[in-house]
Write a protein that binds this ligand. Structure first.
Ligand code: HEC
Ligand code: HEC
Length: 310
């Protein structure tokens, strides 16, 4: 702010306060003089204004009111000495504390909030995941973290979307133990389901799909399923297991439970087999601090444990 404007504001402010003080004191003097002239209190002077027969008394301000005004003026003067208000004047500094600014106050409060926040996260981080999943406050924070970071893919209620697994059931691609969930969030996962179109051809794909449908307990073509069985044993069992129950080390889903990531209709299964599937769960270790990942893992854990706090 240039000196001229600063001075302009200082002059305006002081003039205003002085004027106010003058108005206040001038009126009071008049009232006191009038009081001296008329020792009888019954006879009060009027201003001479008459409205429909109603006259206006010329009473002085009540004493308490007068002092209240004086008080506000003293307060204003004090305020303008301590805080910045007079042009470029920055207000008083106390000892090591610099003069007050709204920016520095905001900053100080933010630092304090951050410390409090990090302390809370720090305490949560020391709590084992199954125990943390029972902490109502922690799960509220976890839910907010989930909405901000995960809901876009897994849905606000974590029940998933085609290609994005449901996190509220007990069906796990990579495992639902606290350690596995944490690992999934931290390092991410890349699923490798190869494309079989070229290697197997349409007939084999059609047959193995009927076999998968049979295993899942769905309606299927018996003859084709029989032909599909050896195809499965030769090509698929290595990842999905001889029994088709999956392998959490490679994220190969259980194909026998009728829970589908990409859809369980015959044409959807054929699509999966022809082109393969490569679901990607992004790694979050660069995006989220370890305490937050710990809290999120507890939140995910709580979703499939009915006894946990929600
Ligand atoms: C960009 C989309 C995306 C985001 C964001 C995302 N995920 Fe995932 N997540 C996936 C996909 C896709 C998979 C399945 C990967 C696969 O097909 O193998 C997955 C898998 C998982 C799994 C493994 C489930 C199982 O059955 O083993 C967990 C747990 C998980 N995500 C938690 C989270 C959490 C917590 C967040 C938030 C920090 C998150 N995800 C954010 C896409 C996402
Ligand atoms: C190299 C390991 C591997 C082999 C071999 C493999 N799969 Fe998979 N399969 C996976 C993985 C991993 C996924 C999960 C893909 C994802 O999450 O994106 C998967 C997914 C699937 C799905 C989708 C399940 C769903 O819930 O939507 C079907 C169906 C399937 N595989 C069938 C087969 C069949 C049939 C064969 C043999 C012809 C086969 N797979 C061979 C690893 C394998």
């Amino acid at each position: 702010m240039s000196n001229v404007w600063s001075l302009w504001i200082v002059v305006l402010t002081i003039t205003n306060i002085v004027l106010l003080l003058w108005v206040l004191l001038a009126n009071r003097k008049q009232a006191v003089v009038e009081d001296d002239q008329h020792d009888s209190h019954d006879e009060v002077k009027t201003t001479g204004h008459v409205y429909d027969g109603i006259e206006e008394y010329n009473n002085p301000l009540p004493r308490w009111w007068f002092y209240m005004f004086i008080g506000t003026i003293i307060y204003a003067a004090g305020y303008l000495i301590v805080y910045p208000g007079m042009g470029a004047y920055q207000g008083l500094s106390f000892g090591k504390n610099k003069a007050w600014t709204s920016a520095s106050q905001l900053q100080a409060e933010q630092v304090q909030a951050q410390v409090q926040y990090e302390t809370t996260f720090g305490e949560f981080a020391k709590t084992p995941i199954p125990e943390l999943a029972n902490n109502v406050d922690a799960m509220k924070m976890g839910s907010r973290l989930f909405l901000n970071n995960c809901a876009v893919c897994h849905g606000a209620d974590a029940s998933g979307n085609p290609g994005y697994p449901n996190l509220t059931d007990k069906d796990w691609l990579y495992g639902g133990s606290p350690e596995r969930i944490k690992e999934t969030i931290t390092l991410g996962r890349k699923a490798m389901m190869p494309a079989w179109g070229a290697a197997l051809g349409e007939t084999n794909i059609a047959n193995v799909v009927e076999f998968v449908l049979k295993r899942a307990g769905r309606e299927h073509d018996k003859t084709k399923a029989l032909l599909g069985e050896p195809v499965f044993a030769k090509n698929c069992a290595v990842c999905h297991g001889a029994d088709g129950k999956g392998n959490q080390q490679v994220g190969a889903p259980n194909l026998t439970d009728d829970v589908w990531l990409y859809g369980g209709e015959p044409q959807e299964l054929r699509q999966t087999l022809r082109n393969g599937r490569n679901g990607v769960m992004p790694a979050h270790e660069q995006m989220l601090k370890p305490e937050r990942i710990h809290l999120l893992a507890a939140y995910v854990y709580s979703l499939s444990h009915e006894d946990a706090a929600q």
